[in-house]
Structures are given as structure tokens and as C-alpha cells.
Ligand binder design. Structure first.
Ligand code: ADP
Ligand code: MG
Length: 472
């Protein structure tokens, strides 16, 4: 599957010309990011990094990833409603991981008070790599249940790659690139939740970071909502702390406006939470507003939950009566291992110390750059193997995709060929009202590609770049 553009990759003059066209096409199409130097304004912007060429993706695995997305939506939704499962699964983790513990405390507090929220909106992205031991296999890396990004910008990358292929004389291939519009799909889910909340006056609130380099990605979704005459506001946790309140029936007001939907594009790393922001988070969770995600769904996306889902029998308990969905879900799992105290954890820790290149060591963190590999994995595991701290991590089999040559286009970087691997994400959207699932869809895809020398990290972390799948 690796070598689809061999002739092009070797033609330096054609590559140079195509790269210049590609960069301007990306700017014209709105594949944009604010710059590191001026992250607070849109006065000066640049293109979001992307590949010169679309990357080959096996058609069967691409279709498999789409076919399992509604099942994953069902599963995440089921986990988020299963207090007993979340409690049991996270019991060991919250003893040692303060961030998960604080989220969990809010979760319990909200349940004790009784949920005011009756409409639930999930937007997730399930990420995969193509393992190439023998025949290529689809292997889930993780599922992101909060702030899954790049659905906006990637709605515009296929047009850029289509043009590049045309410039390179690959007209036939260009015509095969698939349309892709996650921004529309995500907006559809948000609009549905807004409608079911049932107040024309109420707004959709994007909860955003202090530094908003990736604002254009969010604007793609935002503008889809404005086009449906849904009013959008952008607020930070600090704004919610200062301007937020609940009325007697726990309707949420921020700066005088009633909020129907809170769409989190922030809130998944511990660093953003000082005492005031924790208070703001609690206020949001207690409210009647539709949180995307609610705190239970955020917890459903932890690495610890992912690892427990792979235990024999767990999916059957969570999704009774759905044997086909369970089979499709399980077929995407890589080996996942608990490091909880006890014999099972001791055994796998010893195995990983002896053969670290087979595994990835993952803490309960999101956003890239937190996982450990190779020698570093060995060192850390040696140090913590007899301490409770071990429990804050999980182990996973390392997926080894087939590399392919491509050019990663990045502002201020030289044009050079890189050996690359790709990660495919499928966006899922669902809406539940009480016990009734009123919407359950796959909403589009995201392909991210990085040079093989980087073990970890996404687009926002400056490692991976946007790509378009070329099905083979
Ligand atoms: P995060 O929540 O930080 O995004 P991920 O589990 O997605 O955590 O890991 C971050 C990156 O590390 C992934 O995008 C992928 O490039 C790499 N990675 C994660 N798990 C594996 C694995 N099992 N095998 C190979 N690479 C992995
Ligand atoms: Mg990830």
C-alpha cells in the first residue's frame, strides 16, 4: 500500500512546483491556523501543516472504520450511563491520578444532586492505525470523547489534494478522492441538541482555550450553525466563572444569555484547571444545558476505560443484545493491559521491561506527547513497577504501520521528503433524549500523517499534519 506516487516523489522540479500551488490552494480553501508568534489575532495567519500528496489507505480498512462508528457511538453512550462500570473501572486510577479523581468527584456530585440535563450530545473521533504484521489490520489507537478537533479544517483538505494531483497530471486519481465534510456533520448534531433543548433564544456556547491558534477549525463548525440561524458565543472557563449562573430550574446563563449547548474545545488537560475553573466546570455540569460531552462521557474516553473494555466479557455486559456490534468493535482492538497492583500487572510490567519496543505506556492524559516508548518506557516502568503510581498508566501493544514517502508542508520548513505513517480518525455524532437515541451517525474522517521519527503527537502538537486518504 506504500508506494502509490513513486514517480512523483522522485521528480524534484514537479514536487517544488506542486508544493507552491498546494500552499496557495490551502490558503485559498481556508486550511488555516494562527501563527505561534501571533496566536491571539487573525491579523496574520498561515496554513495548517499538510501533506503534499494524499496517502494510500486500504479501502477495506477505511470501510471497516466507517462501519464500526455507530457501534462506538452506542458503546460510549452506554459507558457514560453506567455508574457501576465507571466506578469499578476507575477505582484504582483515581487513587493515584489526581486529574481523573477530580473529574470523577464532579461526576459523583452531579449524580447525587440528580441530573438536570435530559438531552445528550456526543461528538467523538475514533482513531486508528493500520498494523502491517502480515495482512494489514485496522487497530484502534484511542477514542476521543472531548474536544476532538480538525473536523473543520479537514473538510477543506480534499479539495487541495485534488488540485495538487491535477497539477501533477494525475487527473484520474484526483477524481477518486472522496468528499468529506465533518464540519457539517458535527454542526448537525449540535443543531439537533439545540433544537431538543427547546428554547429559540438560547445560544450554543463554544468553550475555548485562552490561546486559540486553531480557531479556524472551530469557525468551520460555528459558521454552519450561524447559517442555520443558531446563535453561537465563544467563552473561556474564566468567563463562565465570572459571568455564569444557574436559575431555580438549573438553566445556565452566561453573560445574561441562556445556554442550550456547551461544546467543549477545552477542559481535557489538568493545566487549565485552577480552583476557579474547577468551580466553573462544576457549574456547567450541574446545569440543564446539553454538555458535549457531559462529564460521564469525558470519563468514558479515558485510557483506563479503553483498556477495561478490551477485557473478555466486558462489551457483552455493556451492550447486551448487540452481538454484531460487539464483534465489529472487538475486531479493532489492539492488545491492552492493566497495570493495576497484583499478579496480572506484575507479569505484563515484567514483559514490557524485557521487551519495551513491543509496547506503548500511556498515562490518563489527552492531547499528545504524554506516552512513553522504548528505552524511556523501560526506565519509567522500572522505577514505578513496585509503587501504586503504576496504576495511573496502561500498557498497549505498539502498532507498526507500513511507512510511505511524502512531503510534509509546514510554514518556514524546508521542502524535503519524509518517511511517514498515517492515523485515520472517524468522527461520530449522536444525540439522546432521555432513553431514546434520536441521532447516531458517522460524520466524516480525518487522516493525519507524521514522520516516523516521532513516536507521539498530533497536529496541534506540531508533529502530525493534515492529509487526505487515497483508497487503494
Ligand atoms: P492522546 O490522547 O495524547 O492523543 P493517543 O493514545 O492518541 O493519546 O496517542 C498519541 C499518539 O501516539 C497517537 O496519535 C499515535 O501517533 C501514537 N500512539 C498511541 N498509541 C499507539 C500505539 N499503540 N502504537 C503506535 N503508536 C501509538
Ligand atoms: Mg490521540
Amino acid at each position: 500500500m506504500a508506494a502509490v506516487w513513486q514517480d512523483v516523489v522522485r521528480d524534484a522540479a514537479a514536487v517544488r512546483e506542486a508544493a507552491a500551488v498546494a500552499v496557495d490552494a490551502a490558503l485559498l480553501a481556508g486550511v488555516l491556523m494562527r501563527t505561534g508568534e501571533q496566536p491571539h489575532t487573525s491579523d496574520v495567519v498561515s496554513y495548517a501543516p499538510f501533506t503534499l500528496l494524499p496517502s494510500a489507505v486500504p479501502r477495506a480498512l477505511f470501510e471497516q472504520a466507517y462501519a464500526v462508528q455507530q457501534d462506538f457511538n452506542l458503546l460510549v453512550d452506554a459507558v457514560s450511563q453506567n455508574k457501576e462500570f465507571l466506578e469499578q473501572t476507575l477505582a484504582s486510577t483515581i487513587k493515584v491520578d489526581d486529574f481523573t479523581a477530580r473529574l470523577f468527584r464532579i461526576y459523583m456530585q452531579v449524580l447525587e444532586e440528580g441530573l438536570a440535563q435530559t438531552v445528550f450530545l456526543g461528538i467523538n473521533r475514533s482513531d486508528y492505525m493500520f498494523d502491517c504484521g502480515g495482512t494489514a489490520a485496522l487497530r484502534q489507537i484511542e477514542i476521543n470523547t472531548i474536544a476532538a478537533s480538525f473536523g473543520g479544517l479537514t473538510s477543506r483538505t480534499a479539495d487541495v489534494h485534488r488540485l495538487v494531483l491535477n497539477v501533477l497530471g494525475k487527473t484520474e486519481e484526483a477524481s477518486h478522492l472522496l468528499p468529506n465534510n465533518p464540519a457539517k456533520g458535527l454542526a448537525l448534531g449540535i443543531a439537533k441538541a439545540w433544537e431538543l433543548y427547546g428554547s429559540q433564544r438560547a445560544v450554543v456556547m463554544f468553550l475555548v482555550e485562552d490561546v486559540q491558534r486553531n480557531i479556524f477549525d472551530q469557525r468551520c463548525v460555528e459558521n454552519e450553525l450561524w447559517n442555520r440561524n443558531i446563535h453561537v458565543v465563544r467563552k473561556r472557563f474564566r468567563d463562565v466563572f465570572e459571568q455564569g449562573s444557574l436559575d431555580a430550574s438549573r438553566r445556565l446563563f452566561v453573560d445574561g444569555q441562556e445556554v442550550a449547548v456547551v461544546y467543549y474545545r477545552e477542559g481535557y488537560v489538568p493545566q487549565v484547571y485552577d480552583q476557579q475553573n474547577w468551580e466553573a466546570r462544576l457549574l456547567l455540569e450541574r446545569s440543564r444545558a446539553v454538555k458535549c460531552p457531559d462529564i460521564a462521557t469525558q470519563l468514558a474516553g479515558t485510557k483506563k476505560v479503553q483498556q477495561e473494555l478490551s477485557r473478555p466479557g466486558t462489551l457483552e455486559k455493556l451492550l447486551p443484545g448487540h452481538p454484531e456490534a460487539i464483534a465489529r468493535i472487538r475486531a479493532t482492538f489492539a492488545g491492552l493491559y492493566s497495570l493495576d497492583e497484583g499478579e496480572e500487572g506484575d507479569r505484563i510490567a515484567a514483559t514490557a521491561i524485557a521487551d519495551p519496543d513491543r509496547f506503548v505506556l500511556k498515562p490518563q492524559r489527552e492531547g499528545g506527547g504524554n506516552n512513553l516508548y522504548g528505552e524511556e518506557l523501560r526506565e519509567v516502568l522500572e522505577k514505578i513497577k513496585d509503587s501504586p503510581e503504576r496504576t495511573s498508566y496502561i500498557l498497549m501493544d505498539k502498532i507498526k504501520p507500513q511507512p510511505a514517502l511524502n512531503y510534509l508542508l509546514r510554514a518556514h520548513s524546508p521542502l524535503q521528503v519524509s518517511k511517514c505513517i498515517s492515523e485515520l480518525g472517524i468522527f461520530g455524532v449522536y444525540v439522546r433524549q432521555g432513553q431514546e437515541l434520536v441521532l447516531n451517525q458517522a460524520a466524516g474522517h480525518l487522516l493525519r500523517t507524521k514522520a516516523i521519527e516521532h513516536a507521539d503527537g498530533g497536529v496541534a502538537a506540531g508533529v502530525a499534519v493534515l492529509d487526505t486518504p487515497y483508497l487503494v
